[in-house]
Design a binder for this molecule. Structure first.
Ligand code: ADP
Length: 627
């Protein structure tokens, strides 16, 4: 049986207390009162002495002063007994108070006096013993009172909620904390626990009964709903306290209100659940690593992205997921963190390579943020698989190339019509030279010259066709350093003017650009054809091509015509696909030109040409400048 001994080593004193328990309440009387009572009895004896005048002295003393002696003894006054004895002797043996007493004459007198003296002695000893007993009892009571006070003070001051009960579950003491926690007043001492807490259920009552039977019972987390509706979470212990030699004196209940802790814990658990739900459903891969670069957590998206089962990733080095990071990427996070966030890594969005479990490498976008954890630091990496985006980019580029090519073929209709005329010239010349040769006959003078001319014309026709083929052929994009003037001259060759416009262009050297020649030619052909078209009905048609260098990084090409210009409402839509004012126009020329120029890092725009006409100008980065 486990219990709590409250009385400690007071067994001896308890026995003394038991012995003095019969002492009359007179022991509590004040001393003057006791002395007055003894004095009164002695005085009565003294005053009554006349009625005993014929008695021998000793018998008279017995009769008169025995009651006073007895009273003094009962009043626990040994000195009182002695004083009464002395007074009796003086009264009966000396002439001090009245006529001289009869002398002690007989043996009986002497014996009586001796008996009186003996009586007095015995009563004095009894009184003294009783007095001592009373004093010890008083001390014990005081000690008890002090102990009880100290105990209740101790319980009162205890920083925990605790209460002490007797065997009937009545309050002996309760700590201030107990009263505060349960909103109780001081007057609970003496009241029944079940009266104070009528809401206590049978289960707890059974626990109290078990504790009164000697058991100690505790609970780490127990719910308790007060009668007023207040809900509490408690950690409690109920144990018996023992009275030495007297068994279980009652129970002690220790109680801790852990409602706040339970609420915090619940909030934490809720947070954790919510966080897990967010991580589990996040589209982005989220991986947490410690300062050593070991993976602490990875959400399902991360496991799927890297092709691992969740347990396989735990504790693994993050370097294995990022081949580019095999040089200790996390250490860079750490040093970045140590540099007080003057970071090149933390918080920045970067594209790096990821490695799946099967070894395949893929592009991923990584953002790292850091968080404090138990005084240390952890890093959270947010990752996005860029392979679908890269794939999409490739597809869009392929489509754009396709479109560029289709639009080039579309342009060809007009180009071919114009070039047919150009190719016709050398062919007609060849025919003429061939006829002249036939007329002169083989071996005639000048034959070599005629054949050479035929060859030259055939080469010229071949050149024109080669340029045409080069222009329409489908080919991968190739960027090379090109001279812009040469490129413009080639484009001019491909777009003979139908409007018979005067072309003003002064080729200039030093305008070098890194471009796909065919694509930039395509832009030029587009602009030239549009200008030519706008000039069909013009009086003095002119197309002016100007090269300029707006700043050291860029060159610009402008194509100006003196046609009717662009209607105000059409300006917004000029570069939109499928916008055309022409009867058979597809409306893709300017939009393709815009996408080609922008893919080269340049810009294209339109402005009015004074007094009338349109200027289309595009820029390109100079060779060696930024792309
Ligand atoms: P398309 O030539 O097939 O119409 P474009 O995209 O090349 O397609 O041109 C779109 C429209 O822009 C043309 O239909 C025309 O209305 C207008 N435009 C283009 N260049 C000029 C210009 N130099 N002068 C006037 N209008 C022009």
């Amino acid at each position: 049986m486990s219990g709590t001994e409250i009385d400690g080593g007071l067994a001896r004193k308890a026995a003394a207390r038991a012995a003095g328990a019969w002492l009359p309440p007179v022991s509590n009387w004040p001393r003057p009162l006791r002395l007055a009572v003894i004095g009164a009895f002695a005085l009565v004896g003294f005053l009554a002495r006349g009625g005993f005048a014929d008695q021998p002295g000793a018998a008279m003393v017995h009769a008169l002063f025995d009651p006073a002696l007895l009273v003094a003894a009962l009043l626990l006054e040994p000195q009182g007994v002695v004083a009464v004895f002395a007074f009796a002797v003086v009264v009966s043996c000396t002439p001090l108070f009245g006529p001289p007493p009869a002398p002690l004459s007989s043996m009986f007198d002497y014996v009586s006096l001796a008996v009186f003296a003996l009586n007095s002695g015995i009563l004095a000893l009894v009184a003294r013993a009783l007095e001592r007993l009373s004093r010890v009892r008083g001390e014990l009571d005081a000690l008890d009172r002090r102990n009880a006070e100290q105990l209740s003070h101790f319980i009162e001051q205890a920083p925990a909620a605790m209460a002490m009960f007797d065997r009937d579950m009545r309050y002996l003491a309760a700590s201030a904390r107990w009263r505060d926690d349960f909103h109780l007043t001081r007057d609970i001492v003496g009241k029944s626990h079940y009266e104070v807490f009528p809401e206590i259920g049978d289960a707890w009552k059974a626990d109290h009964a078990a504790a009164l039977a000697g058991e100690t019972i505790r609970s780490d987390r127990d719910f308790f709903q007060r009668a007023d509706g207040e809900k509490l979470w408690l950690r409690w212990e109920v144990r018996p306290w023992l009275r030495p030699g007297d068994g279980v004196g009652g129970v002690l209940i220790f109680c801790e209100n852990i409602s706040d802790r339970v609420a915090i814990r619940q909030a934490l658990e809720d947070n954790e659940r919510r966080l897990k739900a967010i991580l589990d459903s996040a589209m982005e891969a989220i991986v947490t690593i410690d300062a050593e670069g070991k993976i602490i957590s990875a959400n399902p998206a991360a496991c799927e992205m890297f092709g691992y089962a969740p347990p396989e990733l735990m504790g693994r080095s993050v370097d294995g997921l990022m081949p580019g990071a095999s040089h200790g990427e996390h250490r860079r996070y750490l040093s970045a963190y140590a540099r007080n966030r003057e970071t090149r890594v933390v918080g920045r969005r970067r594209v790096i390579e990821g490695r799946r479990k099967d070894g395949s490498v893929f592009p991923l976008e990584l953002t790292v943020s850091e968080a404090k954890d138990n005084g240390g630091v952890i890093f959270v990496g947010f990752m996005r698989d860029l392979s679908p985006i890269e794939e999409e980019k490739r597809r869009v580029n392929a489509l754009r190339d396709e479109l560029v090519h289709v639009s080039r073929i579309n342009d060809m209709g007009e180009v071919v019509a114009s070039l047919a005329h150009e190719v016709g010239q050398p062919i007609a010349a060849i025919l003429n030279f061939a006829a002249a040769h036939r007329r002169a006959g083989t071996g005639a003078a000048g034959e070599v010259d005629i054949v050479a001319r035929i060859e030259a014309q055939a080469r010229r026709a071949g050149e024109i066709l080669k340029r045409l083929r080069g222009f329409i052929e489908k080919r991968p994009e190739m960027r090379e350093t090109e001279d812009l003037s040469a490129l413009i001259l080639e484009a001019l060759d491909l777009t003979p003017s139908r409007s018979r416009a005067q072309i003003v262009f002064v080729p200039q050297h030093g305008f070098e650009v890194v471009v796909d020649r065919i694509q930039i030619e395509q832009v030029m052909v587009n602009l030239l054809q549009n200008a030519d078209e706008a000039l069909r009905l013009a009086e003095a048609p002119e197309i002016r091509i100007t090269l300029a260098r707006p700043d050291p990084e860029r060159v610009s090409v402008s194509v100006a015509d003196n046609g009717p210009g662009v209607e105000p409402e059409a300006r917004e839509k000029l570069f939109s696909a499928f916008y055309s004012t022409k009867r058979f126009g597809m409306g893709v020329g300017l939009s393709i030109s815009k996408s080609i120029v922008e893919a080269h890092g340049g810009e294209i725009r339109f402005r009015d040409h004074a007094p009338h006409g349109a200027v289309f100008e595009f820029t390109l980065p100079t060779a060696g400048g930024p792309p």
